[in-house]
Design a protein around this ligand. Structure first.
Ligand code: SAH
Ligand code: SF4
Length: 390
């Protein structure tokens, strides 16, 4: 049976202080526990020598010290990238990716973690392994934060997570309350103490969510997974576009940039022969001209269920030149970085088992037809995916 105790990391400092106060304990107890949670490898409250035994037992009885169990950790890039598969209490699995960037003359070493906000995703972008899984459920705040604690524990002494990106599994703006609680905890000096600039939330374009963030003021960097500037094609690549089309997404992102004074990142997963033409580059450039924007071009990571592959590098470079010519800063992300996070979902998808070959073949064929139609400028007639109401 699933462990129903709430995850302790999901409690705010005030909640934890109140829990101790109800037991006649002073406020410093909450600080002690938070420090242990975020800065030690202690596996439970019972392991803390600073807590009276009975109190530690009561705390362990009431809360789970961690809500994620690390099933596998796979290293690549000579140990510079680590993907972790985490199992949650109900058996759902999610993934996080830890990327190490060594120090250079210009900047200190960075340890960037890409985390998941949902198990699966309802949006169903056809180039995304998570999209293939469908939606399982929203993550709890503790389940989001415990991915970060798990990675922090795996770092060497003296190192800490320096950047967190919500680019793993799931659509963060469709689990926004939990994501905002997690961001507040990451920000909190008593917990991870990460500056807002070092946290990035990526969305496929949930317009009401973007507007809600704008009303809250600057919280973190906003990344928009735009992928295509033309509705017909974006309908296919990001099915949410049938509900919130390109113009609405850009208007919301532009208002966010203006209101917060913070540059918005636009992500384009570059898919060979699909969204990488000169016309696509020019459409995107025209859309963003004059905006506080930065474009990231990311070669698509291959996914078993789609016929698509990454655009060749010269094509990506040509695309970048056209964006740049419009005065918009652009970066090509090569093998490492956000693009590794973009491959999130891969491990979990492998575990879920590949669908039967005929089903895959049919899906690939449908995609090819849909993208061909889109390239001719015809908008999709398929319905908006279920479960994406914000
Ligand atoms: N749901 C949110 C955040 C998670 S996806 C969003 O879509 O923005 C994080 C990023 O990974 C997105 O920009 C997404 O488009 C990208 N991505 C997904 N599958 C990919 C693939 N196969 N190759 C490259 N990028 C991919
Ligand atoms: Fe969901 Fe993002 Fe994957 Fe699209 S790219 S299916 S929104 S996780």
């Amino acid at each position: 049976m699933a462990d129903l105790r709430p995850g302790i990391s999901g409690l705010s400092t005030d909640d934890l202080t109140a829990w101790f106060a109800a037991r006649g304990e002073p406020a410093f107890r909450a600080r002690q526990v938070l420090t242990a949670l975020w800065q030690s490898a202690a596996p439970s409250a019972a392991a803390l020598t600073t807590l009276p035994r009975a109190l530690a037992a009561e705390l362990d009885g009431a809360f789970r010290w961690s809500t994620v169990e690390d099933v596998t950790i796979v290293a690549s890039d000579g140990g510079q990238t680590e993907k972790a598969l985490h199992r949650l209490a109900d058996g759902a699995t999610v993934e996080s990716v830890l990327m190490h960037y060594p120090a250079t003359a210009a900047r200190k070493a960075r340890h960037t973690l890409c985390i998941s906000s949902q198990a699966g995703c309802a949006v169903g972008c056809p180039f995304c392994a998570t999209g293939e899984l469908g939606f399982t459920r929203d993550l709890e705040t503790a389940e989001i934060l415990d991915q970060v604690r798990s990675a922090n524990r795996r770092l060497n002494a003296g190192e800490r997570i320096t950047n967190v990106v919500f680019m793993g599994m799931g659509e963060p703006l469709l689990n926004l309350d939990r994501v905002l609680e997690a961001v507040a905890a990451l920000n909190d000096a008593g917990r991870l103490g990460l500056g807002a600039r070092h946290i990035t939330v990526s969305t496929s374009g949930v317009v009401p969510g973007i507007r809600r963030l704008t009303a809250l003021g600057p919280q973190f960097t906003l990344a928009i997974s735009i992928h295509a500037a033309r509705d017909a094609l974006r309908d296919v690549l990001v099915p949410l576009n049938r509900r919130w089309p390109v113009a609405e997404v850009i208007a919301a992102a532009r208002d966010h940039a203006r209101a917060t004074g913070r540059r918005v990142s636009y992500e384009v997963t570059m898919i060979g022969g699909v969204n990488d033409t000169d016309a696509d580059a020019d459409a995107l450039a025209n859309l963003l001209r004059g905006d506080l924007a930065h474009v990231n071009l990311i070669p698509m990571n291959p996914v078993a269920h789609t016929p698509w592959r990454a655009s060749p590098m010269p094509v990506i470079e040509r695309f970048a030149v056209r964006i740049k010519a419009a005065g918009i800063p652009v970066t090509i992300r090569r093998n490492r970085g956000v693009e590794i996070g973009a491959a999130c979902g891969q491990l979990a998808a492998e575990r879920a088992g590949a669908p039967a070959a005929p089903a895959v073949a049919r899906r690939r064929q449908r995609l090819e037809l849909a993208s061909a139609r889109a390239l001719r400028g015809q908008r999709s007639e398929e319905p908006v995916p279920a479960g994406v109401d914000a």
